[in-house]
Ligand binder design. Structure first.
Ligand code: TRP
Length: 326
């Protein structure tokens, strides 16, 4: 039997290259070797924005369109929304009894998010507990592996603790999952910060070639390289990181030419944008077909929820039996 993966993302609508490099690409590669479940964490959105629920469906569908464009095959790997499989809520409730408030308050990822949003003391009960919901997402499917960014590792640790506790108290039901880090470090935005739609420093998977060129042109390079023939330092250049990812074959030559003052930033950026566009071309092509028929995307989500539900129901049956209630 193939090992199982549970991958999840919040529905943030259209995805950017950072999502692709940090997660999606990995998911696509893994789907042949593993049995994957792809979860849209729509209930998770409520932790940071419970007021604007009217947007969540649309954001889910837009994001799933990008997943499909990137090459996720729903026949191999079901795609579904968390809120369509109610077992997530049931298991979350049970798990929430197995973890202390102090333990949740120690979680660095939650702390940082609360600080960034200026919440801290005002954080909601559900927000503080979102890693517990995430544990339910993972354990319901008995996943062996969970592909995550480094920032999510504390959640995997908590998930393992909860699984261990459950197994010790009620009997062996859950497999202990492992986090699987992506190989490629996070892709910086043109400003060197982490790509984020809220800052606007992104290249979207769906961006047109002209837009890609515009963003690449805006990228901050070595500030000491002012004239074309000034020698540059690629280590502090954001375009260099993009070349590494999207233009690996020419990168050594580009690095040498930059250092020697032979290659100017204007040309370098043009070459970089061309490579990104080359890379995005087949994805864009698939995406256009997909968004022309959003009913098909909705059907994929429905079908995925049915498949996910079969697994989730089985796990909950084992949970209820182990506990002797429900
Ligand atoms: N918390 C994750 C994020 O913010 C999304 C997520 C929810 C997730 N459930 C998951 C990721 C299960 C992996 C596994 O990005």
């Amino acid at each position: 039997m193939r090992k199982r993966i549970l991958s999840g993302m919040r529905p943030t609508g259209k995805l950017h290259l950072g999502h692709y490099v940090g997660a999606l690409e990995n998911w696509v590669t893994l789907q042949d070797e593993y049995q994957n479940f792809h979860l849209v964490a729509d209930w998770h959105v409520l932790t940071t924005d419970y007021e604007h629920t009217n947007r969540i469906r649309k954001l889910t569908e837009e994001m799933v369109a990008d997943w499909l464009a990137a090459g996720i095959d729903p026949e191999k790997s079901p795609i579904f929304a968390q809120s369509e499989v109610k077992e997530h809520a049931e298991l979350f409730l049970i798990f929430s009894m197995l973890v202390t408030k102090a333990r949740l308050e120690r979680n660095p990822a939650v702390k940082e998010q609360a600080r960034a949003l200026g919440l801290e003391e005002k954080i909601s009960y559900g927000h503080l507990g979102y890693p517990v919901l995430q544990a339910a997402d993972i354990l319901l499917y008995q996943a062996h592996l969970v592909p995550v960014g480094e920032d999510q590792l504390p959640h995997i640790e908590l998930c393992r603790e909860i699984a261990r506790r459950f197994n010790r108290v009620y009997g062996e039901v859950f497999r202990l999952p492992q986090g699987k880090l992506t190989r490629f470090p996070r892709l910086p935005g043109p400003d060197g910060k982490r790509m984020s739609k809220s800052i606007g420093n992104v290249i979207l998977i769906s961006d047109k070639p002209e837009k890609v060129l515009e963003v690449v042109k805006s990228a901050i390079t070595d500030p000491k390289k002012i004239h074309k023939n000034d020698p540059g330092n690629p280590d502090i250049c954001n375009v260099y990181h993009w070349h590494q990812k999207f233009n690996p074959a020419e990168t050594p030559e580009i690095v040498a030419d930059c250092r020697n003052g032979v290659l100017g930033c204007v040309d370098c950026k043009k070459r970089c944008a061309d490579k990104i566009n080359e890379f995005l071309a087949p994805i864009r092509h698939r995406r256009e077909k997909i968004i022309a028929d959003m009913d098909a995307v909705r059907d994929i989500l429905k079908d995925g929820a049915e498949k996910a539900h079969i697994e989730a129901a089985q796990t909950m049956e084992a949970v209820r039996n182990a506990m002797g209630i429900g």
